[in-house]
Design a protein around this ligand. Structure first.
Ligand code: ZN
Ligand code: ZN
Length: 273
């Protein structure tokens, strides 16, 4: 089923023309508990993984197998994510335990060409130990493209200049720029990271340039406040069950990559509220 986020309840670009030049497209994934196959994009579903390729393991935990977290086919996120040449599948895995070089999970990104996978690995190994919070429930996804404007990532000077107008609009309409008008909550690709706290921008350690946001995983697809503006029309009356992951209190995991270096170095950030 399609998921349709309602349009922003006020005209953001007319009220705050200063943010227009920073706008970006994102794809909300709208994960919902289901039974995805390896031929589909999913959260926590089976991966199109070649039978002859070793399954990723965690070095810190003595070669414990990682778990599949996300698989995204290029056709589901056209033009929003720059897939490397010749690749049409993005796969994310992690070891579902705490780690020393990151407070929680340490994601691993794989790009591949679906046509190169002849025999698919039927039953990936499972880790003996895992924190259930870090293992997504299998979900089908309902990709939807939305426009975002920076919130936490908005330049301080511009934020200061707009703050009075943000407050005025909230007073008059009940809509808050940060919660309701700028960035979409929940699992998404592209656009802006769904920070719950001060942003932690990532720069490439090789070329020094700023990395691009690739993917946000959050502890919830939204909260009561953001839901007022961002709940898809189809979900308003429905009880929806999604991936059910939880990072810290109500934090997120944010993946970044360098689009300049040819081998696409990537990194991640986490926050806990
Ligand atoms: Zn590990
Ligand atoms: Zn780089």
């Amino acid at each position: 089923m399609t998921r349709r986020t309602p349009p922003r309840p006020v005209d953001v670009e007319r009220l705050f023309p200063e943010v227009v030049r920073f706008k970006k497209d994102a794809v909300r994934l709208h994960p919902r508990a289901g039974d995805p196959t390896y031929r589909e994009s999913s959260i926590g579903g089976p991966l199109l993984w070649p039978a002859r390729e070793p399954w990723p393991v965690c070095a810190e935990h003595g070669g414990a197998p990682m778990v599949a977290v996300a698989q995204i086919y290029r056709g589901d996120v056209p033009d929003v994510v720059a897939f490397p040449e010749g690749c049409d599948v993005l796969q994310v895995l992690w070891c579902p335990r705490r780690h020393h070089d990151g407070p929680w999970v340490v994601p691993r990104i794989h790009w591949r060409a679906a046509a190169d996978v002849r025999q698919v690995l039927a039953a990936p190994p499972l880790p003996a130990q895992r924190r259930e919070n870090y293992v997504p429930r299998p979900c089908v996804v309902h990709p939807e493209r939305v426009t975002e404007y920076p919130s936490w990532d908005l330049d301080d000077t511009i934020w200061d200049a707009l703050e009075g107008r943000f407050a005025q609009v909230e007073k008059e309409t009940g809509w808050d720029y940060q919660y309701h008008l700028s960035t979409a909550p929940g699992t998404k690709l592209g656009g802006f990271p769904g920070w719950g706290q001060d942003p932690q921008p990532a720069s490439c350690t090789r070329c020094g340039r700023p990395m691009e946001h690739l993917l946000t995983f959050e502890s919830a697809e939204g909260d009561a406040e953001s839901a007022r503006a961002w709940t898809p029309v189809e979900d308003r009356e429905a009880h929806v069950e999604h991936a059910g992951m939880r990072f810290g209190d109500m934090g997120g995991v944010y993946l970044f990559e360098c689009l300049t270096c040819p081998d696409r170095p990537n990194t991640h950030r986490v926050d806990c509220a």
